[in-house]
Design a protein around this ligand. Structure first.
Ligand SMILES: NC(=O)c1ccc[n+]([C@@H]2O[C@H](COP(=O)([O-])OP(=O)(O)OC[C@H]3O[C@@H](n4cnc5c(N)ncnc54)[C@H](O)[C@@H]3O)[C@@H](O)[C@H]2O)c1
Ligand SMILES: O=C(O)C1=N[C@H](C(=O)O)CCC1
Length: 255
């Protein structure tokens, strides 16, 4: 049985993932870490300042992190010190934080990191790449919508979409919203962020040409779609060589 612990155990994603682990006969939920203490599925959730002791005592095979960027950096550092594999879904890392994570992971522990663990989004990214490659001279607008609690903007998924589009189209910069006398459109990628209600996660990319528009979109209706990908990643990463892996590796998709 693969022993799993969760950082951010008492959050929206933490609870969804723990419930799925609890139902899976191949996995054992051994507890977690959050800002305050608690219990979840009969297991201890300890305060984040005690993460080193928690990892040393409970010895999970995999630590799953769905917290917030500055906390995730510390949790990955603790997992690296303890030699525990990680699955990281937290978004909103700065370039410096990504670099620190890379240093803590490479050569030390295996990690799956993804801004979106839904299988559908991972296929959607492939479709966006192909459209951007073929329609590199079209006007491109990216829109994302999430629930009113979401802290980072644009979403990690939207940032991955922007990276993909830039890799395929070259010389483009983002423009966040537009207001006033903005003049004629240039080669920018328009980015639009919506926050409201309990929207789980919507992303769309519009390619507008003369006399035609192509729109690709993905809508998540339940956090279970992310949790399924996380569980699949946790099973896959246990026992792998140190290094940073993506959902392409987990799903066996061609990059
Ligand atoms: N990659 C994906 O597929 C995916 C899917 C959904 C959410 N996310 C990301 O996951 C993160 C969490 O999302 P959420 O909706 O569950 O948020 P949330 O606010 O409901 O949960 C985050 C939890 O982390 C806890 N936390 C904060 N600091 C901590 C620390 N130092 N140690 C341990 N726990 C700590 C909070 O108390 C909270 O319980 C966000 O960055 C979000 O963007 C990613
Ligand atoms: O609810 C969130 O927060 C989500 N975060 C990820 C992101 O930032 O892309 C994935 C979708 C849900």
């Amino acid at each position: 049985m693969t022993k799993i612990a969760i950082c951010g155990a008492l959050g929206r994603m933490g609870k969804t993932i723990a419930a799925m682990i609890d139902e899976d006969p191949a996995l054992e939920f051994i507890g977690g870490v959050d800002v305050g203490e608690g219990t979840l599925f009969g297991k201890k959730v300890v305060s984040s300042e005690n993460i080193d002791d928690f990892l040393a005592e409970e010895k999970p095979d995999v630590l799953i992190d769905f917290t917030i960027a500055n906390a995730a950096v510390k949790n990955i550092r603790a997992a690296s010190k303890a030699g525990v594999a990680v699955v990281v879904g937290t978004t909103g890392f700065s370039e410096e934080q990504k670099e620190e994570n890379r240093k803590n992971i490479e050569g030390t522990i295996p990690a799956v990191i993804s801004t979106n663990f839904s299988v559908g989004v991972n296929i959607f990214w492939k479709l966006v790449r192909e459209a951007a490659k073929q329609l590199s001279d079209y006007d491109i607008e990216v829109t994302e919508a999430h629930h009113h609690f979401k802290k980072d903007a644009p979403s990690g998924t939207a940032k991955t979409i922007l990276e993909i589009i830039k890799e395929e189209t070259g010389d483009r910069e983002e423009m966040y919203g537009r207001e006033g006398m903005v003049g004629a459109r240039g080669k920018e990628i328009g980015v639009h962020v919506i926050r409201g209600g309990d929207i789980v996660g919507d992303h769309s990319v519009m390619f507008a040409g003369n006399n035609e528009v192509i729109e690709l979109s993905h809508r998540a209706y339940d956090r279970a779609v992310f949790a399924h990908g996380v569980i699949r990643s946790a099973k896959w990463i246990a026992g792998k060589e140190p290094g940073i892996y993506t959902m392409d590796d987990v799903l066996g998709l061609i990059r």
